[in-house]
Write a protein that binds this ligand. Sequence first.
Ligand code: GLC
Length: 588
Amino acid sequence: MALSEAFLCLNPMILSKSGANFGKQRNLGLAEFHYSLRRSRNRIKSNGFWSAGCCSTDIKNRTKRSSCFLRCKCQKADSVNGLTADHGIPASLSGKDSRKSVEEEAWDLLKESVVYYCGNPIGTVAASDTSSSSILNYDQVFIRDFIPSGIAFLLKGEYDIVRNFILYTLQLQSWEKTMDCHSPGQGLMPASFKVRTVPLDGDDSVTEDVLDPDFGEAAIGRVAPVDSGLWWIILLRAYGKCTGDLSVQERVDVQTGIKMILKLCLADGFDMFPTLLVTDGSCMIDRRMGIHGHPLEIQALFYSALLCAREMLAPEDSSADLIRALNNRLVALSFHIREYYWIDMKKLNEIYRYKTEEYSYDAVNKFNIYPDQIPHWLVEFMPARGGYLIGNLQPAHMDFRFFSLGNIWSIVSSLATVDQSHAILDLVEAKWSELVADMPLKICYPALEGQEWRIITGSDPKNTPWSYHNGGSWPTLLWQLTVACIKMNRPEIAEKAVMLAERHLSRDKWPEYYDTRRARFIGKQSRLFQTWSIAGYLVAKLLLANPSAAKILINEEDSEIVNAFSCMLSANPRRKRGRKRFKQPFIV
Ligand code: GLC
């Protein structure tokens, strides 16, 4: 790109520079452009060309781009966060107005969590808890954590931050990142990023903002953020639906970004199942919790992202193969999950009487599940009315734990059938004291204890029974629960949960999670002023006040998938045996 072209694309908002010695912001002229062919391996520098709406047209351009970098105003984090220097207490809680409603307080806190890049809002920090001795990476913008923030801003009519987030994180996608000598697949989105203000090329008096992404190569346990790209697609669709501005999803670089995520997820591998095969800790649960393989949360997000992407992809010849692969995967995935992950009293009884070691095409017990695996707790837990999708399915192994996000998002995305969706909500109601108790919502049920905890978590002291990922309760899950309840026309369940949360959240300073079976204690190592706890509550409130807005997140049941599904069902050996009769129009 020529310099003059680059200039035309510049966003005037970022034509400024600052530094410790520059008290005032001032505008730059053309002569002060810093046009550079430098390439940073680890960081995206403030890049005026891109942020202003110009787009690169292919992957090569995006990953091996020579960029024109701009100096820009570096906003100081503490002034942005609105934190008082003395006490580390967010300004909104400094006692100026103690009559504020919980909702007003939440909005103030959410706004204070906003992170700026070159003067533009770009995301929200994970937590603003300055009382905590170790910040770790909670001062970063996490992709998954930003989703409820982004939805809250969209519902409030504040679109810029979401647009910026979508476009800048796209810029981070597939930037060369390595762990030791290995690079993850192209199309991977980072787990999080940080805006750093650094001296500009040896000149200590001038600074510039750089975006520093983490693809898991710095994260504790080096976990791959598989869910990031899926959430990114879901947010992109929500942005278009809410604002009516389809120009973002239609951009060439955004279309390329969608395709790169899809290609990474749809790539052929060694797997026999249509579910996405991932490593442990590759989603919201980002520590070892025995969810490697085909965890439900990832499958629900995958399904949702496939549907959202299909809606947004421009129909063009070059995408035909990708769209075909996507359609095939949708059918196979929904069949697989609905059939094999579903349990209720009837199915449990079937598993209890399973024959094993069936070598044949028409085996009933396809995965060779030994009935002894049915855990004792499940016999008590399963209500007469209700059911749920299990956490994971592998050869000879069913992970019977109930994972909230996976089940809820299966409702939202229509991965679960209508009957299954109602049954999941029936179960939430029937098991209220186990799953909701004093604070919605338990991340999974039950907790791993004793020898099982030692073997599966590796004796993780943060994931002790009924804490954190191991049966802890996460207020952020309120928003997803609310969307699911609204979709099934049962908002009263979410209302009850929100009322409960409202009693504690503000008083407890918006913790990240709660501990104990009934969620009675603030989590042992829980951060306070956790942004997605705040945003999750706000989204739940906003949606309950205006349920039709939930449409921006919901995927309605697709009639083509239903047809293909019933076709597969009639060919299912459990109903009809024999491989020869298996005729269906889809390649699965
Ligand atoms: C923890 C959570 C993860 C979240 C991050 C930032 O690592 O497990 O889901 O994204 O904190 O809040």
